[in-house]
Design a protein around this ligand. Sequence first.
Ligand SMILES: *Cc1c(COP(=O)(O)O)cnc(C)c1O
Length: 374
Amino acid sequence: MARYDLAAAAASLTRTPLGRRAHDLWRFRELLPVRREEFIVSLGERPSPILDLPRVNEQIGVAALHCKDEAALPGGSFKARGAAVGLSRARELGVHSFAMPTNGNAGSAWALYAARAGMQATIAMPVQTPAVHRMQCALAGAKVTLVRGTISDAGRVIARAVAASGIYDASTLKEPYRIEGKKTLGFEIAEQFAWDLPDAILYPTGGGVGLIGVHKAFLELHALGLLGPRLPRFFAVQSTGCAPIVEAWRSGRDASEAWHAPATVAFGINVPKAIGDFIVLRIVRETGGGAIAVDDARILEYQHMLVEREGVLACPEGGATLAALAQARRDGTIGAHERVLIINTGSGAQYPDVPYPALQTIEADDGTQLPAHL
Ligand SMILES: *Cc1c(COP(=O)(O)O)cnc(C)c1O
């Protein structure tokens, strides 16, 4: 993992000068791997909002409930963070083309940033990846291969291509910089919570990079003296259709076993075996958190609740975190006194195929009678 000169960073990264810096992805640049600004590839990222969820919380019942909403990032998900930083660093290292597997959102983000930088992206994705992502990657000029199988199968295709051609491997946790980009999520949370972190964070966990990144961000900010020693309890949320980390957590293991026949509407967390599973498990254990699985029906129910009651156009993965919180409240894992943050990792607009309430069609208005529901 990337390490920084924290003593030097502590000198320039203090609260007051930070207050004068631009609100962009590179606000905590001393803790990011790109050395020279001219290599930064930007699509104008801004800090994502933290929204309170008062109407949803009437039902959930915690001391405070917030959502970090990543929907507006380029490409429609928090994957933009890893792409912006990982790709900028690759560019600084002289890379012009790279290869990676994806379940959709990461591919979209990396393809867009590659287009921005004039780099060539080679992407393998499961044939079932939603059309939105196939479209975004193809439009952005990536070389896309559809694989009959899961993201792990796509990963094996990329590993072979990398071995054969020597192309830069941008796969999750195969290069150390993508996770550095995910840290920006943690930096923003710390600053937006005025350096007083919530008690619990629920994160929809696929490869686990986001959770690991947020945790690393907090540790580094602590080392800099910007945060106290108390960390939030981290909860990894998965679907019962693909819950290797939850299964490992329940049986007290340090690493997960590959999930057989994974399937969930929340395709961003449809990862049968995460390379960094042991790090995720260590973090949830050390912070007194846990791992929670919720089924797809609940995921869709709570996704809908976020949209309907709060206007947050959540993705199913975001819905999963709320469903997991409801479950954790019911069984007492999370208490009524806790301040809780859920992460909505992407936009619901990326998932046009989720079920939604039936709509009524009428004939063009002839000026006579309006339909009953109007
Ligand atoms: C990739 C993804 C996740 C999972 O993130 P990891 O960092 O791989 O655990 C969650 N939600 C969405 C929308 C994603 O695209």
